[in-house]
Design a protein around this ligand. Structure first.
Ligand SMILES: C=C(O[C@@H]1C=C(C(=O)O)C=C[C@H]1O)C(=O)O
Length: 437
């Protein structure tokens, strides 16, 4: 639905030029007032703000950005530019706009520097009637420093209290009130020195190359889950649900005669852990609900779709997930933000049925998710973009010396609260390690 009135639509001008290899994009970032998006060796950074818009919903953001893109005067020599190259908006959206004090935001940087598949570019954006920023690479005035000693405290509730909430959800599921609900918890890190987002990015991005490492506004993280990527009408959604982690199976006891001696404790191999995950009825059921929710939401927008029957195992340094890549061809003119609006919240972060799960989260989770588990990503002026789900992330607090980090788990009929708590701890590892090393 098109919102009745839009926030002010600025008239912008942009110019994109291909540039020589600028080196690691991370090294060009200032400590504040920037956005970043890294995946493997590719990435984009946004500096400064040509425009910023606080929006109430993904639909409103889509309408606003479409209006900005229509009014945009694009003076680039190469037209049309490849997907993702040119003026962009980065954004971070709340999980549930009816149950938060936080806002969603789109930021149009005044300079974007990007690298993809060995090609590099710079886009400059500014008001249509003013000179554009100079085409020079930014030189940061400070280098990222670590945050020093970190102390941890419970967020909205302690681990044991959260286990009780999980037990309550399992009971509701047993009563047939819903099939699945994703419950999350938060933990607060307070640091000795200010938290420099670049420090976190520098530790997340090399360690989690299969994830999308992001810094948008006050959100920093490395998420493995892609809600929707749109590239010239081709759509991919990476659905994750169903998790296992090293240590989940406990210590392995070697049987007598097995190499290594009798009774020696060992950990299970990655292959053994992956096999347990891919054969777990609980995890496969949970995963199926998430895939179905995505396929159902994509169908009305698609002319063809491929939904693999069996998930694969995505291995990350901290956890393994059941993963399915859903591919589709969408109707012309369908933007990445329009699809994010259709897909969010998927059963991977909310539950099934969606409305009951969302209401259950609001009732029993006991914290404000804010932008955690909401879409985070970017959109270009042609509607191509990537909107991941804001997971494995934290919200930098205004005091500069604390960060709230989050993790959640899909709760189904046979969930065990202590196991879910352990799973949530495994999901907190990337941000914990980024802060503490
Ligand atoms: C909710 C989170 O992760 C989601 C829940 C998963 C699960 O329950 O198995 C797996 C991946 C994500 O879809 C999180 O990381 O905070």
């Amino acid at each position: 639905m098109q919102p009745a009135s839009l926030p002010t639509v600025p008239r912008l001008r942009s110019v994109t030029t291909m540039i020589d290899d600028p080196g690691p994009l991370r090294d060009l970032l200032p400590e504040a007032g920037a956005c970043a998006w890294f995946h493997r060796d590719d990435g984009m950074i946004g500096l400064g703000e040509a425009a910023r818009c606080e929006v109430t919903s993904l639909a409103e953001a889509n309408a606003w950005w479409k209006a900005v893109a229509t009014a945009l005067d694009d003076g680039s020599a190469q037209d049309p530019l490849p997907s993702g190259v040119g003026s962009l908006a980065f954004g971070t959206f709340v999980f549930d706009d009816t149950n938060t004090t936080r806002t969603s935001v789109l930021v149009v940087p005044s300079i974007v520097v990007g690298s993809r598949e060995g090609r590099h570019w710079m886009t400059r954006v500014g008001p249509a009637d003013a000179p554009l920023p100079e085409p020079v690479l930014p030189v940061p005035t400070t280098t990222p420093q670590g945050p020093g000693a970190v102390s941890w405290s419970d967020g909205a509730m302690s681990g044991p209290d959260w286990e009780e909430v999980v037990a309550g959800a399992v009971e509701r599921i047993a009563q047939g009130r819903l099939e699945k609900v994703v419950l999350a918890r938060n933990v607060i890190a307070t640091t000795q020195a200010p938290i420099d987002p670049r420090w976190l990015l520098g530790r997340l991005s090399p360690r989690y190359p299969r994830c999308w490492t992001f810094w948008v506004d006050d959100m920093v993280g490395a998420t493995p889950e892609m809600l929707v990527r749109v590239d010239q009408g081709l759509v991919t959604s990476r659905v994750l649900a169903g998790t296992i982690w090293r240590g989940a199976l406990g210590p392995k006891r070697r049987s007598p005669g097995e190499t290594g001696g009798r009774g020696v404790e060992d950990t299970f191999s990655s292959t053994a852990i992956a096999e347990v995950l891919s054969q777990s009825e609980k995890n496969l059921g949970e995963h199926q609900l998430a895939v179905e929710s995505v396929a159902r939401a994509l169908a009305p927008h698609s002319t063809s779709m491929n939904v693999p029957e069996t998930p694969y195992v995505l291995e990350l340094p901290n956890v393994m997930h059941l993963a399915t890549d859903v591919n589709a061809v969408v109707r012309p003119g369908t933007t990445a933000l329009a699809l994010a609006a259709a897909l969010h919240p998927s059963a991977a972060v909310c539950g099934t049925p969606t409305d009951v799960a969302r209401a259950t989260i609001a009732e029993i989770e006991g914290m404000d998710r804010g932008r955690y588990s909401g879409p985070v990503g970017w959109i270009d002026s042609h509607g191509n973009g990537e909107w991941a789900i804001g997971l494995r992330c934290g919200r930098l607090q205004p005091d500069g010396r604390s960060i709230e980090i989050f993790a959640g788990c899909g709760i189904v009929a046979d969930s065990v609260p202590a196991t879910e708590l352990a799973e949530s701890n495994a999901k907190l590892v990337p941000m914990r390690d980024a802060l503490e090393g």
